[in-house]
Write a protein that binds this ligand. Structure first.
Ligand code: GSH
Length: 210
């Protein structure tokens, strides 16, 4: 019998740690949630700086192992604590597509999204640059259009493999961020329907509850 994992998730409200928490909930793994103070920059305290020198969330602690990236945490949980249908195996059709959207949620979406966050909300008002916010917003609209026309092409219900996977969690978190920032392009109706579908899951409700 495999020993019960000793998992701790360092978490911040509405942050990328939601991806890791959603994955933990989908997999039904027991974990302890460790809130990191988000009302200051850098986040957390000096003790947290020992865990993540960049003072970012999420971090997953699994016994002696530390994983400091939301996408890496999802891959780690599937590989170390699976098996799980939340990832595609290399032998499956659409494995490449699965990897593409798994990475796209972070590497493809977060740079323009961060610009929007920084220049509409995060920075003090006198440091915000409306041109950068506008450019970020235009890029986000292109990204939503890409999800609509390519990710969900032909009435797909999920991004890859014909089932809900970690790729939906990865991109789903970024779309969640666009929505709470009120930057979601209302013309992306297919994305909207997909987002409603994936966030109707009990695991998301538990992950986003507090
Ligand atoms: N690529 C990393 C990015 C981590 C990251 O930037 N986290 C943000 C929260 S969503 C953070 O901790 N920001 C606090 C700060 O930069 O002060 C991941 O996906 O985990």
């Amino acid at each position: 019998m495999t020993a019960t994992p000793d998992l701790v998730l360092y978490h911040g409200p509405n942050s990328r740690s939601l991806r890791a928490r959603w994955m933990l909930e989908e997999m039904g793994l027991p974990y302890t949630l460790e809130p990191v103070a988000f009302d200051r920059r850098p986040i957390g305290d000096d003790a947290y700086g020992e865990i993540h020198p960049l003072r970012k969330v999420p971090v997953l602690r699994d016994g002696a192992d530390l994983v400091r990236d939301s996408i890496a945490i999802m891959e780690y949980l599937a590989a170390r604590h699976g098996p799980t249908d939340l990832v595609l195996t290399p032998a499956e059709a659409e494995y490449g597509r699965f990897l593409e959207f798994l990475q796209f949620g972070e590497a493809g979406m977060l740079m323009p999204l961060n610009l929007v966050v920084a220049h509409t909300a995060l920075l003090p008002e006198d440091q915000r640059n409306p041109s950068l916010a506008k450019w970020g917003r235009m890029e986000c609209d292109k990204l939503l259009n890409f999800i609509e026309t390519t990710g969900l092409a032909g009435g797909r219900e999920y991004l890859a493999g014909g089932r809900f996977t970690a790729a939906d969690i990865s991109v789903g978190y970024s779309v969640y961020l666009l929505k709470i920032l009120r930057q979601f392009d209302r013309s992306a109706t297919g994305v909207d329907a997909w987002f409603k579908r994936i966030t109707a899951r009990d695991a998301w409700k538990r992950a986003s509850a507090t």
